[in-house]
Design a protein. Structure first.
Length: 78
């Protein structure tokens, strides 16, 4: 994955978070409520994953659900 693609993904996710009125800190608190102690994460960890483009799809779905969105796959126009 190129740095440009990773940056686009990061910006897209962060814009949805901002539009929803949530902060990354609050999202991480919500994520950690349903996780075992050894699977808890931090705001810095999620931020780093977004920057590097290494965030898991499951984490993206979890973030989307917390902020009231669903990720849907739609056919692209050709």
């Amino acid at each position: 994955m190129t740095a440009e693609i990773a940056n686009d993904i990061r910006n897209e996710i962060k814009s949805y978070i901002a539009k929803s009125g949530w902060t990354l800190t609050d999202i991480v608190k919500e994520m950690n409520k349903s996780r075992d102690e050894k699977e808890k994460t931090t705001s810095q960890n999620i931020s780093n994953k977004l920057t590097r483009g290494t965030i898991k799809y499951s984490e993206c779905k979890e973030i989307a659900s917390i902020i009231g969105f669903a990720i849907k796959w739609v056919p692209s126009e050709q």
